[in-house]
Design a binder for this molecule. Structure first.
Ligand SMILES: Nc1nc2c(c(=O)[nH]1)N[C@H]1C(S)=C(S)[C@@H](COP(=O)(O)OP(=O)(O)OC[C@H]3O[C@@H](n4cnc5c(=O)[nH]c(N)nc54)[C@H](O)[C@@H]3O)O[C@H]1N2
Ligand SMILES: Nc1nc2c(c(=O)[nH]1)N[C@H]1C(S)=C(S)[C@@H](COP(=O)(O)OP(=O)(O)OC[C@H]3O[C@@H](n4cnc5c(=O)[nH]c(N)nc54)[C@H](O)[C@@H]3O)O[C@H]1N2
Ligand code: SF4
Ligand SMILES: [Mo]
Length: 746
């Protein structure tokens, strides 16, 4: 059946309770949703309120169930929500541990003297007055622009707003320069649009899904994993390129155990096969793409045999896997990945992935990549923000021309005492990021912190970073607060509400309140004309045809969209690039002096006795934020180090043996962990899960458990196009005995 744009809208037409998209699972959960729409729930003992999860940034909508006494009993995924589809992942289910954790921050804290570790418990008044006074001091001596705001997660919007109102736009998130930045830059250069979250890979309709690294299943983004299981049920081919037999590699048709850092060679060889075996989507390329002849000439010599010598992958496997994806195209897609800051040439690796998606005809095609839709939430009317004298752009774009947002690493560089005074950063405001466990090159980080006149940390837990703050502000957990509604692009346009399920435990406050109160003290009252966030939310909801009252009842609302998420057959489509086409040859990169067609660059190999430090995720933990969560801690208390038995034999390492790690710059891990011998990792690499090895003694469960990968990441290769920090150029060796105290330099 041919679907016209209009017909598509009809089949995607939705009521308030649910969604019915042809071929999607959303329809199948609709009935369950309709059954469970009233409050209190059918389980007469329990009452429920809506939220969306904050254990990671997938933001699944959920119901919080409470008993008559008001104790939170459980969290269940909202069935009408396309992120959750009625389920939460293990971390989301354990989210109530964030609320129940006894180690939480309980009162605002001030450290008056940097020389000692003494923190004084103070009232909110005292803490906020202190911050406002210090900020005014920095403004007077340096300029209001000379502060940086480092944020992640829901607190971000509130503090970005505050600082914009203050006349400062130096905001940045680790989610860009330490995470998804390169894929945004690489896909933007090709298709004229970034990727965003959730990534619009149409996995549930795909016949062939290709993962470059990207360890889905361990990387536990909820609907992402659900879509992949649907694809597996539908017998889709899975191709995984990973030096490690990851969970998803174990399910793959083809696993390509690549030598770390050589993916671009493989991707070029895939392009070669698709083009020279004439199995690319010629009609699609003729209609939509620019620069095919240049690409064809560029990859002429990049044969599978050439790539094999670099990647260690059998040329026949390279050829065969290219044919597998071409046979499934256009219902075939290379997933863009998410954590993509690997070796410093990451934008070009992502460009290569985007180009292959174009050759497969995947963009805008069912089973390839869909074009997301969203319901815009209008901004509450306030006066215009003042124009800052300078912003992050002035210290970034001359060097990293395609950085789309502020870069944490550039702002840290600007925080060093030797940085030109005009743009030197003298105060840090941090919310929702455990900064020192997240940004590589700690030595620089410590130097930058020493140069700050004020460091504020807003967190829910006594994480390591709070120990470097002058002021620590305890935020209420997501189960105790309102936040801005979740919008965002997806298959269908939806809006989700987060509201407090319970009153705030301890003397904690939500970010919106903290920002508003600080704003009042900085003379920014006119930007906060509302009483509380409820008022803002209700105003926004009314503007889009709902209300806070309705949203409290339904949690998630679906809106009709007038756009198809796929290209219509023969549709003329203008891509947001210089040529209006998919740019196989990037005119933007050519203009800016970057390679317009991706090239392979060789990366360092480890010295004898050293191994690639490979890190990733475990399904029951999020970064470093959940190790102390009482429920998730029970699921996994520590990490271990994966070692190939051949490598282990050279060292006399046995399974379960206690080991320490030392990197190429002599940095030794603070704690030890156990060796796990497994064939699932290449002999030239070791693997560990990020987020363990906490050094804050106030995290009574997590303290001292496992090894932290971050201090071992001292060598950073910066992506010249968008400025991301390549973190996978580090190598480690083993220590089999407890290092002497003076040897530990993490
Ligand atoms: N449970 C859980 N899920 C999460 C998160 C979490 O904290 N916990 N965090 C979320 C976030 S923000 C992100 S960014 C993602 C991160 O998850 P991904 O985007 O999947 O991260 P990657 O770095 O692509 O994946 C790690 C994999 O890359 C492989 N790898 C290492 N080096 C190379 C190489 O040179 N080439 C190739 N081809 N593969 C290599 C590793 O062996 C490992 O299997 O996870 C998301 N999901
Ligand atoms: N070595 C190494 N570094 C990495 C990575 C890696 O794999 N290895 N991954 C990179 C990637 S992909 C990403 S996206 C980043 C993630 O980097 P971060 O976002 O810094 O990661 P988290 O460790 O989760 O830190 C979140 C912090 O927010 C706090 N928090 C949790 N909930 C709330 C809340 O509701 N309010 C407030 N105010 N605070 C809250 C937590 O207690 C914690 O301190 O790290 C990057 N850096
Ligand atoms: S994927 Fe899991 S942790 Fe992330 S928001 Fe959804 S339920 Fe929460
Ligand atoms: Mo990330």
């Amino acid at each position: 059946m041919k679907t016209t744009r209009r017909q598509f809208i009809k089949i995607a037409g939705m009521g308030t309770a649910g969604v019915a998209v042809a071929g999607s699972v959303l329809g199948s959960v609709q009935k369950a949703a309709e059954r469970s729409i009233s409050t209190p729930s059918s389980d007469s003992e329990l009452f429920r309120t809506p939220t969306y999860c904050e254990v990671c940034f997938w933001k699944c909508a959920a119901w919080v169930y409470k008993d008559k006494e008001g104790n939170i009993q459980k969290l269940i995924g909202n069935a009408t929500d396309q992120h959750a589809r009625g389920k939460l992942c293990p971390r989301g289910t354990g989210g109530l541990g964030m609320y129940y954790d006894n180690d939480r921050l309980k009162k605002p804290l001030i450290r008056r003297n940097r020389e000692d570790d003494h923190y004084e418990e103070v009232s909110w008044e005292v803490a906020l007055d202190f911050i406002a006074k210090k900020m005014k001091g920095i403004k007077k001596d340096w300029g209001k622009e000379n502060m940086a705001v480092f944020v992640h997660g829901s607190p971000a919007k509130h503090f970005e707003y505050l600082f914009k109102a203050y006349g400062n736009e130096n905001h940045s998130e680790p989610a860009y320069a330490q995470c998804a930045g390169p894929r945004e830059a690489g896909f933007f250069a090709t298709f004229g649009s970034g990727v965003g979250s959730p990534e619009p890979a149409d996995m549930q309709n795909s016949k062939c899904i290709i993962f470059i690294g990207n360890h889905v299943g361990e990387n536990m983004h909820n609907s992402y994993v659900q879509e992949l299981s649907l694809a597996i049920d539908n017998d889709a081919d899975i191709i995984v390129v990973d030096p490690r037999l990851s969970t998803v590699a174990a399910k793959a048709t083809h696993w390509l155990p690549i030598k770390p850092g050589t993916d671009i060679a493989l991707l070029l060889a895939w392009m070669h096969v698709l083009i020279y075996d004439n199995i690319y989507d010629k009609e699609y390329i003729d209609k939509y793409a620019f620069g095919f002849e240049e690409l064809k000439a560029h990859v002429a010599n990049y044969t599978p045999e050439w790539a094999s010598g670099i990647t260690t992958i059998d040329p026949e496997l390279i050829r065969k896997s290219a044919h597998t994806m071409a046979a499934a195209a256009p219902a075939a897609v290379i997933h863009p990945g998410r954590h993509t800051t690997w070796y410093g040439d990451d934008t070009q690796r992502e460009r290569s992935m985007a180009i292959i998606n174009a050759l497969l005809g995947a963009f805008g095609r069912k089973g390839g990549m869909y074009m997301g839709v969203k319901q815009k939430l209008p901004n509450y009317p306030v006066p215009e923000f003042p124009e800052p004298k300078w912003t992050w752009k002035d210290i970034t774009l001359d060097k990293y021309k395609n950085a789309a947002v502020g870069l944490t690493n550039v702002l840290i560089d600007a925080s060093l005492p030797e940085y030109p005074k005009e743009h030197q950063i003298k105060g840090w405001f941090i919310a929702g990021t455990s900064f020192i466990n997240t940004i590589p090159d700690r030595k620089k980080m410590f130097k930058a912190m020493d140069n700050q006149e004020l460091i504020v940390v807003v967190d829910t837990m006594p994480m390591e970073m709070t120990g470097y703050a002058d002021v620590v502000l305890p935020e209420s957990t997501y189960l105790e607060r309102y936040d801005y509604a979740r919008g965002g692009k997806n298959r269908v346009a939806q809006v989700a509400l987060r509201m407090p399920a319970v009153e705030a435990k301890y003397d904690t406050k939500p970010s919106w309140w903290i920002a508003k109160e600080l704003g009042n003290r900085l003379g920014l009252k006119k930007y906060y004309p509302w009483k509380d966030l409820e008022e803002v939310l209700d105003w926004q909801f009314q503007k889009i045809g709902t209300s806070l009252e309705e949203m409290k009842r339904i949690g998630v609302k679906t809106f009709e969209s007038d756009e198809s998420i796929y290209l219509l057959p023969g549709e003329d489509f203008e891509f947001n690039t210089n040529t209006g086409k998919i740019e196989l040859y990037s005119t933007d990169f050519a203009e800016k002096g970057y390679d317009p067609l991706p090239k392979f660059t060789r990366h360092e190999s480890p010295d004898p006795g050293f191994y690639h430090l490979v890190y990733g995720r475990a399904p029951m933990h999020t970064f470093g934020r959940t190790q102390n969560n009482p429920y998730l801690y029970e699921l996994r208390k520590t990490n271990d180090v994966w070692i190939n038995p051949r490598t282990a034999k050279l060292w006399g390492i046995e399974n379960g043996m206690e080991i320490w790690l030392k990197n190429q710059d002599g940095i030794v891990s603070e704690f030890s962990t156990k060796a796990r011998l497994t064939e699932r990792i290449r002999p030239d690499s070791i693997y560990m899960v990020h987020g363990f090895g906490h050094t804050s003694k106030k995290l009574t469960r997590a303290y001292g458990k496992g090894i932290n990968d971050l201090p071992l990441i001292t060598k950073v290769k910066i992506d010249p196009i968008m400025g991301g920090t390549g973190m996978r150029n580090n190598f480690v060796t083993f220590l089999l005995e407890k290092p002497k105290k003076e040897e530990v330099k993490s």
